[in-house]
Design a protein around this ligand. Structure first.
Ligand SMILES: [Zn+2]
Length: 393
């Protein structure tokens, strides 16, 4: 692996310096024979972290999909299961397309929820596992076995999730234990049992709002404590934390912080969202993600986590520079802590996963969202001037 010197770079927007890379990590001093890359005073951050997406079912690269799906959650779920068959969706190809696009935007780590259901079995898991192997060294991909179509309400799903975890999935997923399964005890007991059996963390989609979401959240808190899983459980979306009863939310946030439960937000405009400043103040680790990109749920999204930082900022009314920096921190260090990444950052000994940005300050970089000048993964150039070095399949 070649050594590199990143010359005239401003780590996190601070004073200009040179950074040195050897064996895929940042090192203290220059290495003889290192390739010198002139960074022209550009701003360097660690690789962006896509902490919540769905690689297996993007429609990127396919003809435009005309969306005429009904309004309910179950309409979208059932439509998607049918469309996967009618379009002959290939999870390996689709996930590869999204990974290449995402890398071009400077993302070096992805947590992807991947569907597991009794109709398509483990096809999604097998496809994304193949992509993870094909793109090793370009982007790290973490796979959540995700029961998109329900767990308890569709017998056989728990057994398939068990197989997915044995096959190589990294995280146990879950989904609206009340709203989808109408069996919160059944689903959450099964999720925590799988986590215990495989020694894996948990990441549960929780769209349930208000008191219903709060109930499910309390059930997740009590199981996290009982299983000693502090630091290993994430609640994605957590829309109930956006409810108007802020006194109730404050109590929930204290419980999440004490239990060591993380939150992943996508900062959607279409739903109440957790208030990221409150999460930060409560000491709750918070990551962010794009959620589904260009899929049967909706036509939006591109995988740009710098743009997601802007959405986090817009949705939370973040305007001051320190607030915009918080939004960016959620899309970098927050996601990294949520996923428990080793060696993440720009310090000596950290993995040389980083992005060179346009902008005088971090806040300006978020505001500009210019094409990424350079993206390194383990010290190797994986994208330049907004284009990945690998071609799109
Ligand atoms: Zn999702």
């Amino acid at each position: 692996m070649t050594s590199k010197t990143l010359k005239d770079v401003r780590p996190m927007g601070r004073a200009m310096t040179d950074l040195h890379i050897s064996e895929g990590r940042f090192v203290a001093g220059p290495v003889a024979g290192a390739e010198v890359i002139d960074c022209g005073g550009g701003l360097l951050i660690p690789g962006l972290v896509e902490a919540h997406t769905h690689l297996d079912k993007t429609l990127l690269g396919l003809p435009w999909y005309r969306n005429e799906v009904g309004p309910r959650l179950v309409d979208k779920i059932e439509n998607e299961r049918a469309v996967k068959t009618s379009l002959g969706l290939d999870p390996a190809l689709q996930s590869a397309r999204q990974v290449v696009q995402t890398v071009a935007y400077g993302t070096t780590h992805i947590r992807s929820h991947v569907d597991v259901d009794t109709e398509h079995g483990l096809a999604g898991i097998e496809g994304v596992l193949a992509t993870r192997e094909a793109f090793a060294g370009i982007c790290d991909i973490e796979i959540v076995a995700f029961p998109q179509s329900a767990m308890m309400a569709r017998p056989g799903t728990v057994e398939l999730m068990d197989e997915a975890l044995a096959l190589g999935a990294d995280v146990v997923g879950g989904l609206d234990p009340c709203g989808i399964d109408r069996d919160p005890k059944g689903q959450l007991d099964a999720v925590f049992a799988l986590a215990e059996k495989h020694g894996k963390p948990i990441d549960i989609h929780l769209h349930e709002r208000d008191a219903l979401g709060a109930f499910s959240m309390e059930e997740i808190v009590s199981r996290t404590r009982a299983h000693g899983m502090g630091g290993m459980v994430t609640i994605s979306h957590a829309f109930c934390l956006g409810m108007t009863d802020r006194a109730a939310v404050a109590i929930l946030q204290v419980a999440l912080a004490e239990a060591g439960i993380h939150v992943a937000t996508t900062a959607p405009a279409s739903a109440p969202v957790p208030a990221v400043r409150e999460l930060r103040a409560a000491g709750i680790v918070t990551g962010a993600g794009s959620d589904g990109i260009r899929d049967t749920w909706g036509p939006y999204g591109n995988g740009d986590m710098l743009e997601r930082a802007m959405f986090v900022g817009l949705r939370n009314n973040l305007r001051r520079d320190d607030e915009v920096e918080l939004a960016l921190d959620i899309c970098t260090f927050g996601g990294a802590r949520m996923m428990g990444l080793e060696g993440y950052g720009l310090g000596i000994g950290d993995r040389a996963d980083c992005v060179l940005l346009e902008g005088e300050t971090l806040a300006e970089a978020v505001a500009l969202r210019a094409p990424r000048r350079l993206v390194l993964k383990g010290g190797t150039v994986v994208a330049e001037n907004g284009r990945a070095t690998v071609s799109t399949p």
